[in-house]
Design a protein around this ligand. Sequence first.
Ligand code: UD1
Length: 425
Amino acid sequence: MIPVEALRVVGGSRLSGEVAVTGAKNSVLKLMAAALLAPGRTVLSDVPEILDVEIMAELLRRLGCHVVHDCAAGTVAIDVPEALEHRADYDLVRRMRASITVLGPLLARCGVVDVALPGGDNIGSRGLDMHIGGLQRMGAEVTSEHGYLIARAGSGLHGATVWLDFPSVGATETLLMAAVTARGRTVIDNAAREPEIVDICTMLVEMGASIDGVGTSTLEIEGVESLAPVAHATVADRIVAGTWAVAAAITRGDITVRRAQPAHLEIALDKLVTAGASVTTLDDGFRVVMEARPRAVDIVTLPYPGFPTDLQPQFIALNAIADGAALVTENLFEARFRFVHELVRLGADVQTEGHHALVRGREALSGAPVEATDIRAGAGLVLAGLVADGETTVHEVHHIDRGYAGFVDDLQRLGADISRIDLPG
Ligand code: UD1
């Protein structure tokens, strides 16, 4: 039997101290894909040491790039050749949905792309209709064969106006990267406005792209002939920063989060204030202090600048030990409440009905074995374990490793009783 790793958490410690966040997973993966648009060397900094970066690096290598991930320096150097391969294989794509991000840049560079239909997080159906519809408007022919999405634009892509039904992060990125070198003007209406979208727009503009309306819901892109490689620093990970903020609140602790941008977390931090925390904004981050039992807070997830779905499980964990009851509404991913079954194993009182969860706060949770069902669910379960009585074992820890660099070390330094353990496979 091959041992599998799990996290063992013993609840009861009050977390206090300082922690620094690195660049955002959800940005760096897209920046790596954007590098494909320009032959030559792109260097990204503030790159987190997480598995998904390795998967994306391997994907780029198979497309013909030379990629060096220097973990100590937190950089990724990508040498992009003049001629790229245009096929992203199933064995990598199935491990990480964000692989789909190569769709736009490969189509722009090669005029044809085959990308295996993605897997990734277990949090809902996660369709591609808006990616496909937008590319078709820009002149691509898109088919699906043998588990691959095949897009062709024999005579190149042209500008078009695309109205997204929903401000999808992924579709906005695909269309943006397809549009920057398309002939003429593309307008993406109802575009996503997440800080990670702003980060990719910033890098594309540095590369020579012409994009108006960055950070708004209407992106206007004038196609340019070619782009040049650049050096670019990744935007701070607001979801990791937000997870530390909840860690302070749930353990009645005191955590200073450095290298974070509180402006990207306004609603989440405001919810913590409603829950009873004191939140101080600093030059390079923020500090969250909680002295008493948190009060329950209602949550409604929405596209940015609404409350992020990627912090929903962490806030359900907080509500599980809060004073009062809270209604949590999930509007983005239908299967994101799957982790609630695990939280209930820790004694939480949560009832779900469609996309609503009613959480009745309990005085205490009680440690038990649980399973992480996706990255953020894993983080939520660790937070719950920190306040559960006795020992909690979080299985399927690889999900957490996909999004949180050095999570266990940081938790230990803040005073948590947590360790990695090997279990029989
Ligand atoms: C990204 C993030 C994820 C975050 C999410 C919302 C990455 C790697 N992942 O995911 O962590 O939770 O944004 O902030 O950056 N949809 C369609 N058709 C489409 C596109 C999307 O139906 O063509 C649906 C999806 O099924 C999902 C919802 O729209 O229910 C949100 O998807 P989207 O905003 O595209 O999120 P992702 O880019 O997948």
